[in-house]
Design a binder for this molecule. Structure first.
Ligand code: NAG
Ligand code: NAG
Ligand code: NAG
Ligand code: NAG
Length: 255
């Protein structure tokens, strides 16, 4: 046994190096990209500090475009908003930082955590290309429009999770991941919060989840600066009615 100790010690010393090696390796290992939309009204009810801008966004906004494996693949590749100057009108409209209006904190976080891994693909190997491609996919998916086609619109009446999932399945021919804020005690409905649509490295739609596959838990993505969250997103519960809350609805969590 004693002969093992020096080896263990050596391995511990190598953890930092091994860790960055893993991240670098992970940048090559991902197999799909997760286009994550969030519903601003629900997102803002999750925060203790309310978002001032929520009622401005009555459409699904982009949360991120995430490789399904790895994160922070290149610590030395800093975000510089100058690189995406020409995208800013679209970024502000479709990828707003709901918690920090007019700031670049969300974009910086998304780049550092996810973009540096996505950049392994030539089609996303600059900051401009990564954000431009994300916006392009977001516009192509046009989630609001797809849901509308199936008469799924923000409403005081509730939907079943099955209705929402099947609309998406029917239209894109792939399974999404749908997340909700689950009811807390005494509440009857879950709030529709986040919808993920996945694509492969060729940007073709693909199922978000497959048996025995470990997709990253999206909750983990909540950046440190968003740590005021009062509630969390979970995969929606099949048996609970889903509220897709209109911007005008006063939600209990805000009261
Ligand atoms: C990491 O980023 C730096 C700075 O942009 C770049 O020079 C380097 O090639 C990148 N490394 C990898 C593995 O992408
Ligand atoms: C961002 O990029 C611009 C243009 O390349 C450069 O002038 C500026 O110094 C950079 N800012 C930072 C903080 O690196
Ligand atoms: C954000 O910017 C817009 C226009 O640049 C300005 O009208 C608005 O007051 C700003 N909001 C905040 C919270 O700074
Ligand atoms: C997606 O999953 C369904 C089963 O849920 C399967 O029938 C279909 O072939 C899968 N599609 C792709 C593109 O993998």
């Amino acid at each position: 046994m004693t002969s093992v100790k020096p080896l263990v010690f050596l391995c511990l010393c190598l953890i930092p190096a091994f860790h960055s090696f893993l991240n670098y390796k992970n940048s090559h290992e991902w197999t799909k990209l997760i286009l994550t939309h969030h519903w601003p009204h629900t997102f803002c009810t999750m925060e203790k500090t309310s978002c001032q801008t929520a009622d401005q966004f009555n459409y699904w906004t982009l949360h991120g475009f995430w490789p399904n494996k790895g994160g922070m693949c290149n610590h030395s590749w800093h975000f510089n908003v100058t690189n995406i100057e020409s995208l800013l009108p679209d970024m502000k409209r479709y990828w707003p930082d709901l918690l920090h209006p007019n700031s670049t904190l969300l974009w910086k976080h998304e780049w550092v955590k996810h973009g540096t891994c996505a950049a392994y693909l030539e089609s996303m190997n600059t900051q401009y290309k990564y954000f431009a491609k994300s916006l392009e996919m977001y516009k192509e998916i046009h989630l609001d429009n797809t849901l509308l086609k199936f008469n799924i619109v923000p409403s005081e009446k509730t939907y079943s999770l099955k209705e929402i999932r099947e609309a998406i399945l029917n239209y894109y021919q792939v399974a999404p991941k749908i997340q909700c804020v689950l009811p807390s005690q005494g509440e009857q409905v879950q709030l529709l919060g986040q919808i993920e649509i996945c694509v492969d490295k060729q940007f073709q739609y693909t199922n978000c989840s497959e048996p025995a596959e470990d997709l990253p838990d999206s909750n983990v993505d909540i950046p440190a600066f968003e740590s005021t969250a009062a509630a969390e997103l979970h995969v929606c519960d099949e048996s609970i009615a889903v509220l897709y809350p209109p911007v005008s609805t006063k939600l209990w969590r805000l009261s």
